[in-house]
Design a protein around this ligand. Structure first.
Ligand SMILES: C[S@@+](CC[C@H](N)C(=O)[O-])C[C@H]1O[C@@H](n2cnc3c(N)ncnc32)[C@H](O)[C@@H]1O
Length: 674
């Protein structure tokens, strides 16, 4: 089994990934101890990066991508060429051995076996590199970073962690017909409570001394051992890892909001050094709203921008002015319609050598400012010949220079970004993932702080905005997320956006039966999300009322336009019985579904197979074919590539809206007449 985080269900308590009933919660593995040194593993015990080489399939839908407002930002490269990123190659080791450890040991030991802790030889120590450009990791980013990402291998980190919002984030499902489904699923939790684990991590960080220890001790003194301290103790080691993997020319953007940004600023100062703080960007993330009382509306997020050192990559972004802004800034118009403004020709410093009287083409002689002109005589004459000199109306007035709007890249971008709107309800890029960020925001960040071919890391990548933008901008990328829900969604998004042109590896998903067994044993929810992803189904959470007894669904176009049929899926991570299958048959009847699919880790029994056979067929007039009404699929079948036998309609994960195709991919398809 590969990366550890998968099998071990490495999520910490405060980031539980699914809404669970109390008894389910009680059954869950003890929480991961995030930062406490554990027994050192031998090098050969480190799990390898079993990878699924994933090549996305072509995508047929065409969706026009609106030119986002924020694209009207120009960039000017001012620093260094492309860096070739290095990265960790998977550490050597036996997956079976690891899986055995995971299966046979009590959870805490299993976690230890799989947890990529400081006790495992890290990517940094081994200096290993991966031959693959783009990698999607399922797992806890702390473990993944430590295990797989080499020192100084990344050009820009964009981190968008839970904000300590004390909220839980739901994904709202959309059915294929565009209707909002009744069900929701909890994507991740962002609630925090100080506990003994935090205490241990805190103790370890403080024992290490230095600025980070000082900051944490100060926080503790100030806020006490509370939920905020718990959050900061979670963030500290992750920020340390982010800095470690950055190249000397690299930068990091930490996306946060008012809940914790002031503490995070101090923590970032401690990790990067206050001298490497570059800016605090305020992004107006939403429109003004009225649901605020006795306070100002909160409509902004904060991006803390740090570099690793002074020689950081920087491509100056410029804001292209709107028409109104252009008219305001360039108030004059030439007869040919070119807009211009006049700027001073006075030198800002004392320049005696630029102190000459100038007789211009209008016959008037102009005297310089006591500082001198801002250019030499030759240049002045050239300006004059080009008609760029603006002669003052009043005698004795100052000679000025004309600057044309169409020659300017725009205004240097400032640290208040109010030109990137939130993702609208109907926006093509909206996928339905909570906290999804606009591509325009990531485009700006990645362009400013990296060059083509550079490496972008998003350790909290959610539905993958940063990785999709990195791919569009021809950067390499690494994305990490702790839920199979996010990983499944990202795979779909990359496939939908780039078709076959985006090559990437997924690391951390089960690739063998022992892997899958380990996942099923450690976290049935993650197992469920993963196995549903294999058949392109969306998970159904809550399972109350209409969804009772349903783990996943695929909705597909039925016999006639506008008529939708469904496939209902039941997933069993543990033992299987014929009564479970009968339950599925009842649900299929109750829901008037076309097909029911029973996915199990274990082999099905003879009575189950009999029961399935007696259920008969779903007959599709349109396809002139019969499909078994109840189908049994084991995880072994799925890993061998077997799929649901259903009408040949693209079986996409209907959990989220599909991502629009990248322009280059659209263009290529049009060229090929597809
Ligand atoms: C705020 S969302 C990121 C949204 C993302 N920027 C986007 O545009 O979709 C935070 C993500 O971090 C993930 N996450 C939380 N803790 C994590 C951890 N320890 N390791 C990896 N991912 C984590 C959550 O599952 C969630 O998807």
């Amino acid at each position: 089994m590969q990366p550890a985080p998968v099998a071990a269900g490495m999520q910490r308590h405060s980031m539980r990934v699914a809404e669970r009933e109390p008894e389910r919660l009680a059954r869950r593995m003890p929480r991961m101890r995030r930062d406490i040194p554990r027994r050192r593993l031998n090098e050969h015990e480190a799990p390898p990066a079993n990878t699924i080489a994933f090549r996305a399939m072509p995508y047929r839908r065409r969706t026009a991508v609106a030119e986002p407002l924020a694209r009207r930002v120009a960039f000017k490269s001012t620093r260094r060429g492309n860096g070739v990123a290095s990265r960790a190659r998977a550490a050597a080791g036996s997956p079976e051995r690891l899986a055995r450890r995971v299966r046979t040991q009590p959870p805490c030991q299993a976690r230890r076996a799989t947890g990529a802790r400081s006790d495992v030889k890290t990517a940094r120590q081994s200096g290993i590199r991966s031959g693959v450009d783009n990698l999607l990791y399922y797992g806890d980013n702390l473990d993944v970073l430590r295990r797989y990402v080499a020192d100084e291998s990344v050009d820009v980190v964009y981190a968008d962690p839970p904000f300590k919002s004390d909220q839980n984030y739901n994904v709202l499902f959309k059915e294929r017909d565009g209707q909002r489904a009744a069900s929701q699923i909890r994507a991740f939790e962002d609630t925090w409570t100080w506990d003994q684990e935090d205490e241990a991590v805190y103790a370890q960080l403080v024992t290490q001394g230095g600025r980070i220890a000082d900051a944490l001790e100060a926080f503790r003194k100030f806020v006490g051992p509370c939920d905020m301290l718990s959050y900061l103790v979670m963030m500290a080691p992750r920020l340390i890892e982010c800095r470690r993997v950055l190249k000397k020319t690299g930068s990091m953007y930490l996306h946060c909001d008012l809940a914790a940004c002031h503490y995070l600023k101090m923590l970032m100062d401690a990790v990067f050094g206050p001298e490497n703080f570059r800016n605090q960007i305020t992004w107006k993330r939403t429109f003004a709203h009225g649901n605020v009382s006795r306070n100002y509306g909160s409509i902004s997020d904060i991006l803390l921008f740090y570099s690793k050192g002074d020689a950081f990559t920087w491509n100056q972004p410029f804001k292209v002015l709107s028409e109104a802004e252009t008219e305001r800034k360039y108030p004059h118009t030439d007869p040919n319609g070119r807009r211009w403004q006049s700027v001073t020709l006075r030198n800002p410093g004392q320049r005696p050598n630029l102190h000459y009287p100038y007789t211009a083409s209008n016959g008037v002689t102009y005297q310089p400012h006591p500082n001198g002109w801002s250019c030499n005589l030759e240049r002045m004459q050239k300006y004059d010949q080009e008609g760029r000199l603006h002669f003052p109306a009043k005698p004795g007035g100052a000679l000025r220079l004309k600057m044309y709007a169409d020659e300017s890249p725009g205004e240097r971008l400032q640290n208040i970004w109010d030109d990137i709107p939130p993702i609208g309800a109907q926006a093509a890029e909206r996928l339905g993932y909570p906290t999804q960020k606009p591509e325009a925001l990531l485009e700006r960040i990645i362009r400013a702080s990296s060059a083509e071919g550079d490496m972008v890391l998003d350790p909290f990548c959610g539905c993958g905005t940063a990785v999709v933008v990195a791919q569009k901008l021809k950067r390499q990328w690494i994305g990490i997320d702790i839920t199979h829900l996010a990983i499944t969604l990202m795979k779909e998004r990359l496939k939908d956006t780039f078709g076959e042109s985006a090559a990437f590896k997924v690391v951390g998903e089960p690739v063998s039966l022992p892997d899958a067994a380990a996942l099923a044993a450690s976290d049935p929810y993650q197992f469920q999300w993963w196995s549903l992803g294999l058949v392109g189904a969306r998970p159904v959470e809550g399972k109350k009322g209409a969804d009772k007894g349903i783990d996943g669904k695929i909705v597909f176009q039925g016999e006639s336009v506008g008529k939708f049929e469904s496939v209902i899926i039941s997933v069993k991570a543990g033992g299987v019985t014929v009564s479970q299958l009968r339950d599925l048959c009842h649900v299929v009847d109750r829901e008037k579904a076309s097909i029911g699919v029973f996915i199990s880790m274990q082999d099905t029994t003879e009575p189950m197979r009999m029961e399935a056979v007696t259920a008969g067929f779903y007959e599709s007039q349109a396809w002139g074919k019969q499909y078994p009404k109840i189908q049994l699929l084991t995880v072994a079948d799925l890993l061998a590539g077997k799929q649901i036998d259903m009408p040949p309609i693209r079986q996409v994960n209907a959990t989220f809206k599909k991502a629009p195709k990248a322009e280059a991919v659209q263009g290529e398809e049009q060229r090929l007449g597809l």
